[in-house]
Design a protein. Structure first.
Length: 455
């Protein structure tokens, strides 16, 4: 009887232990779900920052840049609507420049908003962010019928300011509440967009009024420095969460070990791979920004020397031989030697990378025409379809998958930035399967020594 009683007690004890073990597993699963949700949110915010940074680093029109920013907000934050306004010259009227999501009309009733009117105008007037998670009960939200009909829950509006100057307003409507992390990211994005708007507006003013170029150049250098600082801080600060993302993914994989479900393992692999890719994108974004904003050292530059340096650098990482490169006599031009070396390095790298010919060959030429040099880099590689001739200069625009060719898709963007900073232009001539010829123009001497010194 006593033995049977002990056995019963042991069974009860084991049952209690099993219950505790099940409770621990449930707690672990809940913790895993929270970590996974946090990692997914971090990944989305990192992607948002990268897309906005890429748009702001571009040289497109203001509306194109802001439209890409609005589309990034909708895509990565799952927003129902994202709009961006800029302030008019009289500081009294906001003009919608971009809209993505459920409302796409720039010239509709919200296309022009007086400062101080509606939720958007009040944000411009007060110069403070406004966030609500109950749009149907909030007195500031005017069109509650529209909000209810479209299922909107939350609203966030941010004034876009630079040095206490209002340059616009950014606003979002969502069907879910904003987390604290999302609000911090939105404030950071608003600051970057404000700097981008300010930079574009200053550039436009320079184009309209050459008589004010000296005074405006000083302001442009300052704003470019601010934008460069913004990009640098973005790349620097994003490294830490990216490292944490990779590290904690590895720790989670180690902690769960065999208890890690197969689907969770795939999710962790995807997160880690995405973080590594994001880190590479941030690094290359910084390179593009530096090319566009670095101080140029103007001097007489022998392009043959630039090619020699580019080939020497590439031969350490690629099977490149001088015998595969034919070059006509190259001229001496006026420019920045390091930047021109970087230009030839990227062009030569592409010429050999995208080349399956058994005997790859690259031909460098130079033609003097109308006071300018037309330089060319021609190869016998895979070629490019005509419809992609413009797209290849867009940052991170790839025509091939990472599995086919390595690289971040930033090289030709850097080339275009380098050529434009020398006052030239760059274009491509190619057909699929018939090789590629990249052409660019440079001056053999500066047209205006004084103006170039200013830059």
């Amino acid at each position: 009887m006593h033995a049977e009683s002990r056995t019963h007690a042991e069974l009860l004890s084991e049952l209690d232990a099993m219950r505790q073990h099940m409770a621990d597993l449930q707690d672990l699963a809940a913790e895993h779900q929270q970590i996974r949700a946090a990692l997914e949110e971090t990944t989305r915010l990192l992607a948002l920052s990268a897309d906005v940074g890429t748009a702001l680093a571009g040289s497109d029109s203001l509306r194109t840049i802001l439209q890409r920013c609005a589309e990034a907000l909708v895509e990565h934050l799952n927003a129902a609507l994202a709009c961006i306004w800029t302030i008019g010259e009289d500081d009294q009227m906001l003009e919608m420049q971009a809209s993505a999501g459920i409302y796409l009309h720039l010239d509709g009733p919200h296309g022009h908003v007086p400062v101080g009117h509606s939720e958007i105008g009040l944000i411009a007037q007060e110069r403070h962010p406004y966030i609500t998670h109950n749009v149907l009960q909030d007195t500031r939200i005017r069109d509650k019928a529209w909000a209810e009909r479209t299922g909107l829950v939350a609203f966030a509006g941010y004034p876009l300011t630079v040095e206490d100057r209002l340059v616009g307003v950014m606003a979002l409507f969502t069907r879910d509440a904003f987390t604290a992390t999302m609000q911090e990211a939105l404030a950071w994005v608003a600051g970057g967009i404000a700097l981008g708007i300010d930079r574009v507006c200053i550039s436009d003013a320079l184009a309209r009024s050459l008589a004010k170029i000296v005074r405006m150049n000083k302001s442009l250098r300052q704003k470019n420095a601010e934008l460069d600082e913004f990009t640098y801080i973005a790349s620097h600060d994003l490294q830490k969460p990216l490292r944490h993302l990779i590290t904690f993914s590895s720790m989670l994989r180690q902690d769960l070990d065999e208890a890690l479900p197969e689907r969770a393992e795939k999710d962790l692999h995807f997160i880690t791979e995405a973080a590594e890719h994001m880190r590479s994108m941030v690094h290359n974004l910084l390179l593009l920004s530096r090319t566009g904003n670095a101080v140029m050292h103007w001097e007489q530059v022998a392009l043959d020397s630039c090619v020699d340096r580019a080939v020497a650098a590439l031969s350490k990482t690629m099977p490149i031989s001088p015998e595969n490169i034919r070059r006509d006599p190259l001229p001496v031009v006026y420019g920045d030697q390091d930047m021109l070396t970087q230009l030839y390095r990227h062009l030569l790298e592409n010429a050999f990378k995208f080349n399956h010919h058994p005997q790859p060959c690259v031909h460098l030429t130079a033609t003097h025409q109308d006071g300018r040099w037309i330089l060319s880099v021609a190869d016998n590689g895979i070629g490019i379809k005509p419809e992609y001739h413009e797209q290849i200069f867009i940052p991170f625009k790839r025509l091939h998958g990472h599995s086919e060719y390595e690289g971040a898709g930033i090289g030709l963007s850097i080339c275009r930035k380098a050529v434009e900073r020398h006052g030239g232009s760059i274009w491509v001539e190619s057909q699929a399967g018939q090789g590629t010829q990249v052409n660019f123009t440079l001056d053999d001497e500066p047209l205006d020594h004084g103006s170039l010194t200013e830059w």
